[in-house]
Design a protein around this ligand. Sequence first.
Ligand code: CAA
Length: 257
Amino acid sequence: MTYRTVLTETRGRVGIVQLNRPQAMNAFNTAMLTELFDALEVFDKDENIGAIIVTGNEKAFAAGADIKEMAQASPFQMITEARVEIWDRIRGIKKPVIAAVSGWALGGGCEFALSCDMIIASESAKFGQPEITIGVIPGAGGTQRLARLLGKQLAMEMVINNRTLTAAEALHFGLVNRVVPVEGYLDAAVAFAEEIAARAPLAVRMAKDSVNAAFETSLTEGLKAEKRNFYPLFSTEDQKEGMQAFIEKRKADWKGR
Ligand code: CAA
């Protein structure tokens, strides 16, 4: 697929997708969503890639769904054109996805960042769900993911009263992993992703799947899910290599099998 609304690049084992509609504050129109998920799925299948970054620009990660595109939509169009369901494709990505957020992450932009596995925020990042100000509510997971991450009170305030979180507040409340200077924020995210991309790939995949299980199940079922991912790793060359390398006091040489 030739992309018009996203840019892609690789740095070592890190794949980067940059949202590229700066004239619209990177608002997600259908074209950009389609291209974003295509690019993510291509990186996910590429064995030379160990982690994926999604970023925007310094001023805006993304200002949400494209209001101009959906302003006249009927409910039927919203459903049949999969304008909301398409966002769920992020859940099918097996490799770690890191959002590198600078500037506005609003509406669907905030929701997309939350549905990534980790977030590196620049000092200028601002997270919010302003849908209430245009007569709707979040439709791409915001009510659910914010409530799980932040608890009921703050999630309610963000969704019902358009409370915006600064980068420092987001770090304080556990919404983001790191806050870094605006200048070089993407390089900082790449350094963070490179560390992950250099780890044993199958173990990383099982680790991501296991943590995500915690948000879907009871503790009993979650513990079973963890064990289902733990035991098969003992059939991998990387488990033998990793433990032998520890014993021999050397760096492991991962094969991804
Ligand atoms: N959709 C379409 N266009 C958008 C947009 C959006 N979500 N956000 C910004 N733009 C456009 C503006 O219309 C403007 O275009 P023009 O130059 O053609 O007028 C351009 O981007 C620059 O925006 P501003 O002039 O508004 O820039 P600003 O610096 O003054 O403000 C902002 C920036 C605070 C992000 C402001 O643009 C804003 O509030 N945007 C809308 C945020 C929003 O309501 N998001 C929720 C969308 S609904 C949603 O996401 C549903 C869901 O759950 C999936």
